[in-house]
Design a protein around this ligand. Structure first.
Ligand code: 3PG
Length: 319
């Protein structure tokens, strides 16, 4: 049984699958050559992350393909319903990377609070010479403690982020039509667990009262942004935002306007509308902190993802 892991998979998963007699191929096949490769090589399973797209053309033209695995959370790169309607099994690993994404969000929150991202850009060029100028430029940092974090989307990743933020002494509020969480259990140290009350609010309230906002919602089915000009205009002046969810949930044109008119003081983007070729004006904007879609890119998360996916493949093929 041959499985193509086209965006890679953890070594631990390859070992698990190999032990059960699967042949796992990790040699990347270009998107346009995928149909031919799947048919020629008789791949029964296709595993992807967010880079490879699994659209109707592949589903319709690869009769031997039985299993599509998304090693990760977001399935917007797969025509999931269509694949299932054609009898294929589609699986993801929704819980395996929450901790890692939340930690990246916290890294960006700390970075935004103290302009670390910009300081890192400026110091190599002018740190020797304009040291005092830069020190003055970054003199208005703020602390996270005591600030309000608004979490938009309170699924696993939103909740994991909230736990960290509460642990840092932030107030946390959230919006989510599907969640009614009123308490979060937070681990402090190795042994202690603390139950902390948490408040669900309306979007309008979240936008107007948050010092920091973090998004944790999937790409919308209609492709529309959740945060556009109207939402930016309701935000607290000088708000700082992190988007490690999906490109497109923030309208990038409206974002540039909100940064330029000062409503948003700075934003960290891990995801972009046009991946893997984000807009240049975003990449060079001095108020934008950047990372290249690395929320789930930790050794631990990829290990958990790989093992969970391997177990799903083994169960599906009845090995
Ligand atoms: C996800 O949806 O799991 C994350 O965005 C990670 O995507 P990646 O597997 O392409 O890193």
């Amino acid at each position: 049984m041959k499985i193509l892991a086209n965006d890679g998979i953890a070594q631990s998963a390859i070992e698990l699958l190999s032990a059960k007699g699967f042949e796992v191929i990790t040699q990347k096949v270009d998107q346009e050559d995928l149909i031919e490769a799947i048919n020629q090589e008789n791949y029964a399973g296709l595993l992807v992350r967010s880079a490879t797209k699994v659209r109707q053309d592949i589903i319709d033209n690869c009769p031997g393909l039985k299993f599509i695995g998304r090693g990760g959370v977001g399935m917007d790169n797969i025509d999931v319903e269509y694949a299932r309607s054609k009898g294929l099994t589609v699986e993801n690993t929704p819980a395996a990377s929450s901790q890692s994404v939340a930690e990246l969000v916290m890294a960006h929150l700390f970075s935004l609070a103290r302009s670390v991202y910009d300081s890192n850009r400026q110091m190599p060029h002018s740190g020797n010479g304009d040291f005092k100028v830069l020190k003055k430029k970054y003199a208005k940092g703020i602390e996270l403690r005591g600030k309000t974090l608004g979490v938009i989307g309170f699924g696993r990743i939103g909740r994991a982020t909230a736990r960290y933020a509460l642990g840092c002494g932030m107030e946390v509020i959230y919006v989510d039509p599907y969640s009614e969480v009123a308490h979060l259990n937070i681990q402090v140290g190795a042994e202690t667990k603390v139950d902390v009350p948490i408040e669900k609010v309306e979007l309008k309230e979240l936008l107007s009262s948050s010092d920091f906002i973090s998004l944790h919602i999937p790409a919308q089915a209609d492709g529309k942004a959740v945060i556009g000009a109207e939402e930016f205009n309701q935000m607290k002046n000088g708000v700082r935002i992190v988007n490690a969810a999906r490109g497109g949930v923030i309208d990038e044109n409206a974002l540039i306007t909100a940064l330029d008119n000062g409503i948003v003081s700075c934003i960290a983007l891990d995801v972009f509308e046009n991946e893997p070729n984000p807009r240049k004006d975003l990449l060079v904007h001095e108020k934008i902190a950047l990372s290249p879609h690395i929320g789930a890119a930790t050794v631990e998360a990829q290990d958990r993802i790989g093992i969970e996916m391997a177990e799903k493949i083994i169960a599906f093929f009845g090995k």
